[in-house]
Write a protein that binds this ligand. Sequence first.
Ligand SMILES: [Zn+2]
Length: 497
Amino acid sequence: MKKYFSFALILIMGCFLFVGCGNQDLVAKASSNVNNYEIVANLDYQNKTLQATENIEYKNRSEKVLQEIKFHLHPNAFSADAEKNKSVSEAQFERAYPNGFSEGNITIESVKVNNNPVEFEIEPEEKQILTVPTGVLNPNQTVEIEIQFSLTIPCVHHRFGYGEDTLNLGNWYPIACVLEEDGFFDGGYSPTGDPFYSDLANYNVTLTYDKNLTLVSTGELLKESEENNKKTSSYRALAVRDFAMVLSEKFEVKTATVENVTVNYYYYDDEKSDENLNTAINALNTFNEMIGQYPYSVLNVVKTDFLHGGMEYPMLVYISDDITQDSEYTNVIVHEIAHQWWYGIVGDNETAYGWIDEGLAEYSTALFYDKNSQYGLTSEEVISNSLSAYLLFCDVYREVYDNLDTSMNRSLYNFNTETEYVYLTYVKGVLMFDSVADLIGDAKMEKCLKTFYEDNAMKFATPTTLIQSFEKASGKNLQSFIISWLDGSVVLEQING
Ligand SMILES: [Zn+2]
């Protein structure tokens, strides 16, 4: 099967960007009513282990009485015990693990609630959900939870893992599950898509590590000190959905300032570092103008050992060092930066609605080329290539499966392969947003993007809120049109026959 898809677009798994400083009120306002995480951690780089104490100030913002709080334990997706919710598919195994399988996991050492030790539970099969009993937690009541944990960091080119060049700490600490109407959302990891869904929170993170390493982190550096061969750095990030760090002995950095936002490009082995920093600057400027002002103060673009094209975290994006083509490297930088708006500032349940953040990141990237003609590409070419690739995918898939399901509104756990997910989320996603633009005109489409951003910034978007914002901005009834794309009933044909 894999050879059929050698033409496939490289998986772009994540994209997160930052909006700079013109919009700090958005952060200040959002940060005043979210949970607080404080993590103090010590990295043993030699042994690739980490010990940490995490304190969470958690407020019950629901209208129900809670008795427990659930947390994701994403690092256990890298354990040999992971089956249903593992991090790497068979098809990607050799690329992910160049030296063979390597164990990764998280061990919960102890949990305290309001300073009292408690008996916690870990879901026994995949070990990816931690349940902390809190006693009665009334609406608006706050509880203090302390979690002591240790990590075994695997040798894998992934969000969480290390390779020859970098050590990646993405999705590395217990993070509270989102509380929905019917309880905590406890969907596990998946090798397909970005299996994440998390609330905005404020973070204070302090890491001690070997001083020959360069640390790149979500957030703003608060303080730094050195003792013997160790360095300790403290970072703070307000109103972000996650907190990631990357370390390397090899990093060089180039820095620029864009309207009070510090843009850093961390890299190794890159003769085009100036061009790549410029692409990050151009993306930030373009999306500030096109969508809304980036509200954070830092944006780190980080070259990493990573098997997919890139990955978005708040204020920090991974760019894979596997990418050999300059045009693709550029594309991934822009796509990941677009995610700062679509996933970061406007959140969504990525396991349920990947087409929202991935489709909009792809569509924003296509528009980026129209506004930055120096890259020699237009959105028309991007769309035409996407349509050809999508139709070819459909032809090939119909030969393999009797029934090709072209619906986009499926949970990522319900796609047959990573390829199917990429075509129906990224590729069909960009085609759908382009077809909406065809229907309402480019000017109204830009208004839709801005309105959707304004209506949903620092919140979770859903298909319903997207359609509402698009209808409000365009003055057109778009619901049945968009739903026909999502449910797979729209029929696509090659342009010009
Ligand atoms: Zn993406």
